[in-house]
Design a protein around this ligand. Structure first.
Ligand code: ATP
Length: 589
């Protein structure tokens, strides 16, 4: 039998924006339930909250008896293996073929032989009509095909709870009908508990056993199809008929209760007019026939549903108008300082998680090599091009100064130490943060908004282990390597300007260095490079994983990542330099 999902008093907000409050419903085991609601009412947020991918502020969400809100991440990860999830855009992993995407959960979590995995994967691809397309990358197939591939991936592990976010969007009417049939057949074959988010009225009428509707931050109605589909509730009947006239307007802000133009018993035209209509005039008079499994198999869920309805146990919940109109749940907003401290805390937590994940098996060695190559290849040319003028400026400035104070013989030591201890690590890290870090943040940010990161979590693959560890290590290794190169180029540049341009003597240049510098002066440069590379990688990953929705969110995350990294680098550099000068006595001091 399918898994159990019981939600009580769930409330979710983002910052000061309350998405929905006090949502209470149970997904009956093995039955199909549809969740409806105008765009932006938080249906996807609700699905993610059920899986523990988002953390509601209040309420309980029991999945097979375990509260996903309060459970530890390790418990949540274990429970997510029971879910099969079709995300809104398919959330396929962009670097893998369609076949590898669908096979991924089997390879990650089962000990099946490759031949068996191939068999299961091909069966599912066949089921969703994608045989022949399996070698293509997600970027090479249409949106509807990505959706079907996502559905195939969600089914390979035979999950006991299946969540589908708008399975029909991007599909033509015929494939939508096929897909609805497929969902019914899967339900009949596996008795999985299913929740389908949809805007498709035909699907909503014919597929589910139960329906619920979110509207203006509330669950306005929830119950068996037998009652839900025949209701004359103004919001539900307007939604089910797709009528532009009624309490639902173009946006949440113009909807009934916020827009004063709407009067009960009258239809509200978004354009401003008002017409009198009988409440519930558009309600359906006759219950539409429900889809039956094509296989002829009986649906156990449907049988249990019929029993519940006959016994009166499946009652329709309707929020009273006062409840729908009540103000959004009070959201405790934090002051900017607390929000800033929260982010610092979360960054440290990511650092700790990354450290722990670095020692877990399997180690993503291939990804580390790819990322190291990528970060180094985008950073080394700009680093060299910045190192030459930087070394020259330092050499010229110090050369002039030492001549002014009559200490020309120390020019070499001064400029080499300035390059090795300060200029090289800073230049290297700024370039790594600006080129490599920005690209890492954009990459992780795009994966976040395409739900790829959430899809990984649902498949119980830790994105920190698989994606963050190799990227952070790649930044550290690239920083150490480039720091050495930048130091050499900077020192040679300094030599050229001091000795050749400013007429210093090569012997004095080198001997002053050996007289004043010590090995720890070189080490501190490398230690800085390690720390700065770590900061650049971690901040980029943090901003990427916490990207707000949409391309604008990715742009902001990249901007934030570069600015925060720069500020942190200069702060940490100051602290290390002060500590070093305080703790390590200079040579001959
Ligand atoms: N990670 C996030 N951070 C901040 N706000 C978010 C986040 N995810 C969703 N939201 C906001 O939550 C609200 C509900 O979004 P959601 O995607 O759940 O709506 P929906 O009902 O699924 O819409 P649609 O039917 O158009 O897909 C939107 O205002 C959205 O901007």
């Amino acid at each position: 039998m399918g898994g159990t999902v019981e939600v009580t008093g769930l409330t979710k907000s983002f910052g000061s924006q309350n998405i929905w409050s006090d949502v209470t419903l149970t997904l009956p085991q093995g039955e199909i339930t549809a969740l409806l609601g105008p765009s932006g009412t938080g249906k996807s947020v609700f699905l993610k909250s059920l899986m523990g991918l988002l953390r509601p502020e209040a309420g309980v969400c029991l999945v097979d008896g375990v509260d996903m809100v309060k459970a530890r991440e390790s418990q949540r990860q274990e429970l997510r293996k029971r879910f099969g999830v079709l995300f809104q855009d398919g959330a396929l992993f962009g670097s893998m073929s369609v076949f590898d995407n669908v096979a991924f959960p089997l390879r990650a979590h089962t000990k099946k032989r490759e031949s068996e995995i191939r068999q299961i994967t091909n069966d599912k691809l066949d089921l969703v009509g994608l045989m022949g397309q399996e070698h293509k990358l997600p970027g090479e197939i249409s949106g509807g095909m990505r959706k079907r591939a996502g559905l195939a991936r969600s089914l390979v592990t035979e999950p006991s709870i299946i969540l589908c976010d708008e399975p029909d969007s991007g599909l033509d009417p015929v494939r939508t009908a096929n897909l609805a049939q497929l969902l019914v057949d899967v339900n009949a074959a596996t008795d999985a508990t299913m929740l389908v988010v949809t805007h498709n009225i035909e699907l909503a009428r014919t597929l589910p056993d139960n329906l619920g509707m979110l509207y203006r931050r509330r669950l306005v109605m929830y119950g068996p199809r037998e009652e839900f589909l025949l209701t004359d509730h103004p919001v539900v009947s307007q939604f089910m008929s797709g009528d532009p006239i009624g309490p639902i307007g173009m946006s949440e802000e113009t909807d009934h209760g916020v827009n004063d133009d709407y009067v009960e018993g009258e239809a509200y035209y978004p354009t401003g007019g008002v017409a009198t209509v009988r409440a519930g005039a558009r309600a359906i008079e006759v219950l539409p026939r429900q889809l039956a499994p094509a296989s002829g198999l009986p649906r156990e869920g449907a049988a249990r549903h019929a029993d519940r309805v006959a016994s009166g146990a499946a009652a329709l919940y309707t929020a009273d108008d006062d409840d729908v109109d009540r103000a959004p749940a009070a959201v405790r907003t934090k002051d900017p300082v607390s929000r800033g401290l929260d982010k610092v805390g979360a960054l440290f937590a990511l650092g700790l998680d990354t450290f722990r994940a670095a020692f877990r098996r399997p180690f993503a060695a291939r990804e580390l090599l790819d990322q190291f190559w990528f970060v180094t290849s985008v950073s080394w040319i700009p680093a060299m091009l910045v190192a030459i003028p930087f070394g020259a400026v330092i050499a010229l400035q110090l050369g002039t100064l030492t001549v002014q104070i009559g200490a020309q013989s120390f020019t070499g030591a001064a400029s080499v130490l300035a390059v090795v201890q300060q200029a090289a690590p800073i230049v290297t890290s700024l370039v790594i943060a600006g080129a490599g870090g920005a690209a890492i943040c954009a990459d992780l940010g795009s994966r976040t908004i395409r739900d790829e990161i959430d899809a990984m979590r649902v498949i119980a693959v830790d994105p920190i282990q698989a994606l963050v560890v190799p990227r952070v290590l790649a930044c550290v290794l690239a920083a150490v390597l480039l720091n050495g190169l930048v130091s050499v180029v900077g020192v040679l540049g300094g030599y050229f300007f001091n000795v050749i341009i400013q007429g210093g003597t090569p012997g004095a240049y080198l001997s002053s260095f050996t007289a004043l510098a010590q090995l720890s002066d070189l080490w501190v440069g490398e230690i800085k490079a390690v720390l700065f590379g770590l900061i650049a990688g971690l901040v980029a990953a943090f901003c990427g994983l916490n990207t707000k929705p949409g391309p604008k969110g990715v742009g902001e995350a990249v901007n934030q990542s570069v600015v925060v990294t720069f500020m942190l680098l200069f702060f940490v550099n100051t602290v290390i330099t002060m500590l070093y000068l305080e703790l390590v006595p200079g040579k001959g001091a």
